[in-house]
Design a protein around this ligand. Structure first.
Ligand code: AMP
Length: 280
């Protein structure tokens, strides 16, 4: 396994393609954890070669967000990747990705105006632009994303279809800690009390699931219950709690088919997201 900058990674991927090898790409921002590893393992099973990109993409962070304190440790990540059978880590610099004069972007319209897009207005344009660049540079057969970032997966799928990118988007289930907290690089910021408080996200989602299983179909009732659970945790402040159609991401009033319950909650300074699919 080796770590490559932009030119080397593109040349390697191009050589593989010429040999007829199928390349799987796992885009990440590093500080790898079991969620990333599950994507890498799936990519390993389904492709001849696996590239993991590790790039803390500055253009997907807003001015007051956590770009500077985002955790980084390439050596630690490389050990994880070696263990999981990765062929190449693509680790470009920001200068390589966004050289002087860079001025293009990819934006997806309606899907990015709800949920996280409301409090992070430039976020998904940053995500789509970097993912589009990764696809153009490496031309993978498949790319792997986590259900934990459900809106991101939906937006990327839309972009790939709209722009005929010809990459198969594979979405993998959310990996959780034993108590249910979704694994996330940002969990490293939580102190012990915040770590306990952070469980309110999963508690809220689980209560919605239980209520649906018990026959509740009114989204307002479910939302009331979820918001009350978040509000009862003093260290938590909800950014949003919503129940939406998983494809359009528009709010639904009644649970008549599969819906997405999604939330973003500040635990202290750390903003965490999570979601769950609910089926009647
Ligand atoms: P990140 O490094 O946070 O940008 O995440 C890179 C990829 O890993 C994204 O597609 C995420 O959705 C996915 N991912 C992050 N956390 C998890 C998790 N707990 N379970 C499954 N996938 C995850």
């Amino acid at each position: 396994m080796n770590t490559a900058g932009l030119a080397e990674a593109a040349a390697t991927a191009s050589a593989w393609r010429k040999e007829g090898l199928r390349v799987g790409l796992v885009p990440t921002m590093g500080w790898l954890h079991q969620g990333h590893i599950s994507l890498i393992r799936r990519a390993r099973r389904e492709n001849d070669r696996v590239i993991v990109s590790i790039f803390v993409n500055p253009i997907q962070f807003g001015p007051n967000e956590d770009l500077d304190r985002y955790p980084r440790d390439l050596e630690r990540d490389a050990a994880f990747c070696r263990e999981a059978g990765v062929d190449v880590i693509f680790h470009p610099t920001a200068k390589e990705m966004y050289p002087e004069g860079f001025q293009s972007s990819i934006s997806v319209a309606a899907l990015t105006q709800t949920l996280c897009g409301r409090s992070r207005p430039a976020h998904f344009t940053g995500v789509c632009t970097v993912v589009g660049k990764l696809f153009n540079l490496l031309r993978p057969e498949r790319a792997y994303f986590g259900q934990k970032d459900a809106q991101q997966a939906t937006v990327v799928r839309r972009m790939v279809a709209d722009l005929n990118m010809g990459v198969e988007v594979v979405v993998c289930p959310t990996v959780r800690e034993e108590d249910g907290l979704a694994v996330s690089s940002r969990n490293v910021h939580l102190d012990a009390a915040e770590r306990r408080a952070a469980l309110c996200l999963f508690k809220a989602l689980s209560s919605a699931r239980e209520q649906v299983a018990a026959g509740v179909r009114d989204a307002a009732v479910l939302l009331g219950g979820m918001r009350a659970i978040i509000a009862s945790e003093p260290a938590a402040a909800a950014d949003y709690v919503e129940i939406v159609d998983p494809d359009s991401l528009l709010p639904v009033g009644r649970i008549e088919k599969k819906v997405l319950a999604a939330l973003a909650v500040f635990i202290g300074k750390t903003r965490l997201i999570d979601n769950i699919l609910l089926e009647p």
